[in-house]
Ligand binder design. Structure first.
Ligand code: SER
Length: 304
């Protein structure tokens, strides 16, 4: 029986994983450094993953055998304090790795990101393993984390599995400090009948994924047989790609009367170094991935 620890559990992905596992009756221990909502459907412990001993004790106390390590400072926030971002993104991951090896954890899930690529990759359609030159501290830390995952699998047999998530579109839970956040901000502005100022230019194409697909992809990857996984760093996955102008037009064509202004800020430069489209054919081949939600279906979910 799986006994799951989720770190960074109150973030955009964490709360969705909590709901998914709790609905299935799987034991979940959620940890975070902020207070949980009253209706959280699982056990919660306040824990900073930089405090290795505390997390180690929790793993032992609850006989955890699977970890979803979701702690991270996202791309745009990361640039405000790169030292702290590296510390939070990497030291926490190293702690989880050490705890996992010492406690014989069966599997670890750790999200990577499209931020690992860079302008030396073919950004029109990034392949699984192009040359990579991430330009944010977030991307640098995710690429380093991918290498760590591969190293600890090779040397210690720790079964870490990872996806390079594109922008995740969710409405119940919000992202914080990412470059792809404009999608959710524009959708919420439309629903709230307020105007929106987009921090990227109209034509910036970026890959996205609806939250149900993001959860489903992780579950599929975590359920696959390890012998079928040819990638020990992190797998490309995507839903669909879109520009702010295309999103604005679609929102309007569905009857929402939204005014959008475009005032690109420092996040434009980040987006310029990210892929427009992602080739996730190796995920299809290795573990049967395919997304359920394209652009239209995502809008049906979010706007209805
Ligand atoms: N959504 C993330 C970000 O924008 C990408 O992994 O930072």
């Amino acid at each position: 029986m799986e006994k799951i620890l989720i770190t960074g559990a109150l973030g955009q992905l964490g709360q969705e994983f909590i709901n998914y596992f709790s609905n299935k009756g799987v034991f979940v221990l959620a940890t975070d450094v902020k207070d949980p909502p009253k209706d959280l459907p699982c056990l919660f412990e306040f824990a900073d993953v930089l405090n290795k001993n505390r997390v180690d004790l929790l793993v032992k106390k609850h006989k955890i055998n699977t970890i979803y390590h979701l702690v991270a400072i996202l791309s745009a926030n990361g640039e405000k304090n790169p030292y702290n971002s590296w510390k939070i993104n990497m030291e926490s991951f190293q702690n989880i790795i050490e705890i996992s090896i010492n406690n014989k954890i069966q599997k670890v899930f750790w999200p990577s990101s499209i931020a690992v690529f860079g302008t030396e990759s073919n950004l029109d359609l990034v392949s699984q393993n192009p040359s990579m030159n991430p330009e944010t501290i977030y991307g640098v830390s995710k690429l380093a984390g991918e290498k760590l995952a591969s190293y600890y699998f090779g040397k210690f047999g720790l079964d870490i599995r990872s996806l390079r998530y594109p922008g995740i579109i969710s409405t119940k839970t919000l992202p914080g400090g990412g470059t792809t956040d404009y999608v959710i901000e524009m959708l919420n502005s439309a629903k709230n009948k307020s105007d929106y100022t987009c921090f990227l230019n109209k034509k910036t194409r970026l890959p996205m994924m609806y939250i149900d697909d993001a959860v489903n992809a992780a579950i599929m990857l975590m359920s696959a047989e390890r012998k079928n996984l040819s990638i020990s760093t992190s797998y490309n996955v995507t839903g669909f790609s879109v520009t702010p102008a295309e999103l604005e037009n679609k929102i309007k064509s569905r009857g929402f009367n939204i005014k959008v202004k475009y005032e690109p800020d420092f996040r434009q430069e980040i987006a310029n170094s990210w892929p427009k489209e992602v080739d996730d054919s190796i995920s299809h081949k290795d573990w049967g991935w395919s997304c359920d939600f394209g652009f239209e279906r995502t809008l049906n979910k979010v706007l209805n």
